[in-house]
Design a protein around this ligand. Sequence first.
Ligand code: ZN
Length: 160
Amino acid sequence: MTFIEKKQDWIRKMLKQAQLTEKISQEYFSTQPKTALGEIRNLLLQRLNELAQHHHFLYNKVSVRNQKSRWGSCSGKNNISLNQKLFYLPDHLRDYILLHELAHTHEKNHSQKFWNILYNILGKQHTKQARKDLRNFDFLFYPPPETKHRSADSLSVKEI
Ligand SMILES: [Zn+2]
C-alpha cells in the first residue's frame, strides 16, 4: 500500500468514527429531558456548593460554559469553570469532576498530593474507575474537541 492509500484508509476510518460518534450523541440526547440552560447552571452551582461545604473547600467565582474540550478548570485564583455538559453525566461522574476541580483549590497540579485529596474523599478505586468511565462520555464533546490552546491546569477530555 502506498503512503497516499494508507492515508485515505485512515481518513475513511476517522470519518466512520465521527459518524458513529454523532449517532451515539444524537441517540443519547434524545433520551435526555430538555432542560433550560438556567436550570442546568443552578443545579451545577448548587451541587458544587454542597460538595465544597461538605468537604471544606473554598473557591472564588464559578462560571458555567459550553467548553469544547474541557469538563472544567480551576484557575490560580481558585475561579472554577464548569462545562454545562456535566449536567448530562451520571451523578457519580459529575461529582467526580466537581470534586476534581475543588481539589485543585488546594493543589494546582496533578501531583500525588492532589490525587491523595481525591483518594481520601472518594477512595482510590472509585477515583480510578470514574476516570476510566468518563472516557465513555467523550461523545458529549462531539464534534471532536480542539486540542490546541489548552491551559496547563485545565481538565481536558484526554487528561482526566
Ligand atoms: Zn485537574
